[in-house]
Every structure is written in C-alpha cells, then in structure tokens.
Design a protein around this ligand. Structure first.
Ligand SMILES: NCc1[nH]cc(CCC(=O)O)c1CC(=O)O
Length: 309
C-alpha cells in the first residue's frame, strides 16, 4: 500500500496552481483519498522567468515543461499537471500524457478597453498578444490594428491593459474561468472566425510510462472525449510542426462515434490562410488529425511555409 504522498509538479502561476488543485481534488474524490496523500510541488520554468520576449523567439514549446519533465524522469515528481496547449508534440523518452481532465470552453476571449468587440475597435487600436496564432488572426480580420508582443501572467496583462499600454488583449476563456476572472471578458470569439489553438482549454497529466501505479491512479479521472479531441488536435499540430513559427489553429469535437476536426494555418501577417475540415471514427483520433495536417500542408504548398520565415 502507498504510504508516501504522490508528488504533483506544477508551475507557480495562479492558473497553473488552480489546475494542479483541480486535478488533486478530482483524484481525491475518485479514490476517496485525503489531501495528505498529495503534495503539490511548485517549480519555476524558463517560460515563467523570461517575460519580455515572444516565446517563438526564445525557443517556443518546451519552455514551460522542461524543468518539470527533468524532475519526473529523476523520480522527484510522480506526475505533472499542465495546460495541454503548452505541451510540445514530442515528449522526452519515457514520459507520456497519461490522463486529460474534462475540457473547459476552448474559445478565445477578447478583453477590450477601447471597445467591447474586436471588430468594432477604433482604427489603429493596439492589441497585446504573444501568440502567433492570435496575432495572425487579428491581422487577418483587422489589418489596421497594431499588434504588439505582450506576455506575463494573466493578472500582469490585465494591469497593463488598465494602465492603457494596450487597448485590448486576448486570453483563453478556459484560463479566465479557472482563476475566476471572466468578469473582464468583453467578447467571446466565434471559433469559426477565431479558431482556438490545438489543445486549448484542456488540462493534462504527464507521467512516466513505466509508473503503472500512477497510470492506474490517474486513469480514474481521464475524460475520454477530451482525450480523443486533444489527441486529434495534437496530431494535426505534429503533422505541420517543423516550425513553431507557423500560426496554427485546430479544434476537434467528438460524440464518441465520430470526431469532427477543423483546422487553419495562416501566414503571420494574416494575408493568407488555409482551412481544413476532416471527420472520422473516434477510435483513431490521431489518424484524423494527421490526415488534416497532411491535407492542409499539400493545399498550402511549400512556399506558404518558406515565404515569410
Ligand atoms: N501559456 C499560455 C497558456 N497556456 C494555457 C492557457 C490557458 C488555459 C488553457 O488553454 O487551457 C494559456 C493562457 C492563454 O492562452 O490565455
């Protein structure tokens, strides 16, 4: 019988902590365990420390995960809780995503100071966002707006907005819900016009492949529809990857039988984009995402990926 508490790794941002506590609470409820059986271990990652540059510039994905993964591999942590959106498509040897929590709303939220709606902002308004996808989508819909790189924890971004450094910003609705700050949202963006990032809104658990005890523990809270949708979206991302500088959006929905996926790639300036729609059996989410990725890559042609890099 397990006597030592499970060590749960997380970043220290308010959102990361909320996600780690939600995971712990679900595990306690599923197994009838007390909180003494879990220890939350907070770690700082490179992504948390470097806040003045765009992520793609300093190395992109992996910046929020590497320190946690090192501690998983050394056995100092039993599992880590992440935003699936922050996870690289390829994980270190020996680690895997062993469970997904039920997905929150995957849509993006607009938070406007100069106006409540993105499409109605005064010409030349300044939007802060560090996400290549959001920057490109804004430029596509509103080429007249000025987009500036804007990072940091949610509360920092909201303060900068209040101070007037920008006229608006975009955040995942899911994150705002989890930290109880949906009060700032002025518009929820239509996922057809403003499609979310692959895996947005889904919390995942990462653990060692050979740790069957943890696999059995977390299996009890794994949400199958979220697993199917996010696996499909991550396969799309993986089929297109090669560059973390490509703005990519992708969203899958499943009814347990069929997965419906829709994806979009854009040039960073928003002038070109390609959409793809695919559906297929929920039993093979990866194949659907991969086929969608291959199709959109073929439709866009090689110059799409080289003309602006
Ligand atoms: N590192 C950015 C990040 N990773 C996950 C979320 C939101 C929560 C989610 O998508 O599950 C955010 C912030 C944002 O995009 O607003």
């Amino acid at each position: 019988m397990q006597t030592k508490p499970f060590r749960i790794g997380t970043r220290g941002s308010p959102l990361a902590l909320a996600q780690a506590f939600e995971t712990r609470d679900r595990l306690m409820a599923a197994h009838g365990l007390g909180d003494e059986m879990f220890e939350i271990v907070v770690m700082s990652t490179a992504g948390d420390r470097i806040t003045d540059r765009a992520l793609a510039e300093i190395g992109g994905k992996g910046l929020f995960t590497q320190e946690l993964e090192d501690k998983l591999l050394s056995g100092e942590l039993d599992f880590a809780v992440h935003s699936s959106k922050d996870m690289p498509t390829r994980l270190p040897e020996g680690l895997f995503l062993s469970a997904y929590l039920p997905r929150e709303d995957a849509r993006d939220a607009f938070i406007g100071r100069a106006g409540p709606r993105l499409l109605e902002l005064p010409e030349g308004s300044v939007i802060g966002s560090a996400s290549l996808r959001r920057q490109a989508l804004i430029r596509r819909l509103r080429p007249d707006l000025q987009v500036i790189v804007y990072r940091g924890a949610v509360e920092t971004r909201l303060r900068k907005l209040d101070e007037g450094q920008v006229d608006g910003t975009l955040l995942a609705l899911a994150g705002l819900k989890r930290i109880g700050r949906t009060d700032v949202v002025t518009e929820i963006l239509d996922p057809q016009e403003f499609p979310p990032a692959p895996a947005q809104g889904a919390i995942c658990i990462e653990s060692r492949k050979d740790d069957l005890r943890v696999a059995a523990l977390v299996e009890a809270i794994n949400d199958i529809p979220t697993f199917e949708a996010v696996t499909c979206e991550r396969a799309f991302l993986s089929a297109l990857d090669g560059s973390c500088r490509t703005p990519i959006a992708g969203f899958a929905q499943t009814d347990g039988q069929t997965i419906r996926f829709s994806g979009m790639i854009l040039t960073p300036d928003g002038t070109w984009h390609h959409r793809v729609e695919r559906e297929g059996p929920a039993s093979d989410p990866e194949a659907i995402g991969r086929a969608a990725g291959d199709a959109v890559r073929a439709a866009a042609g090689p110059e799409f990926f080289t003309s602006w890099s």
